[in-house]
Design a binder for this molecule. Structure first.
Ligand SMILES: [Mn+2]
Length: 388
């Protein structure tokens, strides 16, 4: 029996650094990257649907967070239904923590129900669902944003061994206790219970969502997170895939297929010399698919005024090509300290020269370490004004 395991489509997700906010700074992201990012999530759905069709999969199982929120707009719902309608393999949607089956559940909203293609089923009822001849899915949907128990564990505890010839797949959402050992989180999925249910034949595969990185349990690789099919954040490990699972009563053979096309990249750079700036410039220039790449730079070092101006120009130039390019300020530590060449380059006279000299004295020299930060900022501004 073959099926596609996926999760965390997060349809309708917005990202501030792609220009999702209505009020934007001059020169900030324009929002067109946000629109392309939203379209990419739907492209990933269409791509995994094609993979399922071509693989002749029995079904596509989406383990929660199909939508970013129960409150996403009707246009997100309509486009999602169009994407779901682009392939013929049956689809099973599990409510997760972002789209729980509560009173506001999007998967029960009239605009979704009206447009939902007939091959799409919502697993909003916990328990065993017969989904194909000889195949059962054991659903553990989230029914609120803050469940007070291990929803998967409860379903497993209520099961008898699967009837002979029947394959059972668990559909769950949430972290295993071993992946995020937080004693205060009652909804953690107890791994011991999952391993026991696989060992005694109550279930044959445990499909999980919530973790946006793909993951397989080392003790039994039939316990898996599929990861998000299109990247959602900078800390995800190898996102952008779906799993094509061939399952029998004893084992799962899992093939990973790539559907995601965006990249979120964090880059660390030490900036102290012109050569360091050259290297950063070259690194940015070498990125492929810049229009689908968001970059966060963590920058550390000390630059002169001239070098800092060069950095600003360099980032400004590359920024137009990328979906997003920003300095991650809380993790960066970049000082601008004027050197003698900066003072000469200003070529000021009279009152302005006196003021600049005073600022230089207050700002200190790079070799002397810390100086007055406000004086350095003022010099940066002065350098930019005079230099332009
Ligand atoms: Mn999620």
């Amino acid at each position: 029996m073959r099926f596609v395991h996926t999760a965390d489509w997060q349809l309708g997700m917005t990202r501030r650094y792609l220009g999702a906010r209505p009020a934007r700074e001059a020169g900030g992201p324009t929002g067109e990257a946000q629109a392309r990012f939203a379209e990419a999530r739907l492209d990933a759905v269409r791509a995994l649907g094609r993979i399922a069709d071509e693989a002749d999969a029995a079904f596509v199982l989406v383990c929660g967070d199909v939508f970013e929120s129960n409150l996403v707009g009707p246009e997100v719902v309509a486009r999602a239904c169009e994407a779901l309608g682009s392939f013929r393999t049956p689809v099973l949607l599990l409510p997760g923590n972002h789209d729980p089956a509560d009173a506001s559940c999007l998967l029960r909203r009239p605009d979704f129900v009206r447009r939902r293609p007939p091959h799409v089923t919502v697993l909003d009822t916990p328990g065993v669902h017969a989904v194909a001849p000889g195949v059962e899915v054991v659903a553990a949907p989230w029914r609120s944003k803050h469940p007070l128990s291990d929803l998967v564990g409860e379903q497993l505890a209520a099961l008898d061994p699967a009837p002979p010839g029947t394959l059972r797949v668990v559909a769950g959402h949430g972290e295993l206790d071993v992946l995020d050992p937080d004693d205060d989180e009652p909804a953690r999925i107890r791994r011991d219970g999952v391993l026991a249910a696989l060992a005694d034949g109550r279930v044959h595969y445990v499909a999980l969502g919530d973790r946006h990185s793909a993951w397989a349990d080392a003790a039994d690789d039939r316990i898996r997170h599929a990861g998000t099919p299109e990247v959602t954040d900078f800390d995800e490990v190898d996102p952008g895939h779906v799993l094509v699972v061939d399952l029998d009563e004893h084992a799962a053979r899992v093939r990973t297929e790539t559907v995601g096309r965006w990249r979120f990249v964090r880059h660390y750079a030490a900036l102290d010399t012109d050569a360091d700036l050259d290297a950063l410039d070259a690194w940015l220039a070498a990125r492929a698919d810049k229009e689908r790449t968001a970059v966060r730079l963590v920058l550390r070092g000390t630059l002169s005024l001239r070098q800092r101006t060069r950095l600003d120009e360099l980032l400004g130039g590359h920024g137009h090509a990328f979906a997003s390019l920003e300095i991650l300020e809380p993790h960066s530590d970049l000082a601008t300290v004027p050197d003698d060449a900066d003072l000469d380059a200003l070529d000021l006279h009279g009152f302005a020269a006196d003021a600049a000299a005073e600022l230089f004295a207050a700002a200190g020299r790079a070799s002397e370490g810390a100086g007055d930060v406000e004086a350095r900022d003022a010099l940066r501004l002065l350098h930019r004004l005079v230099g332009s």
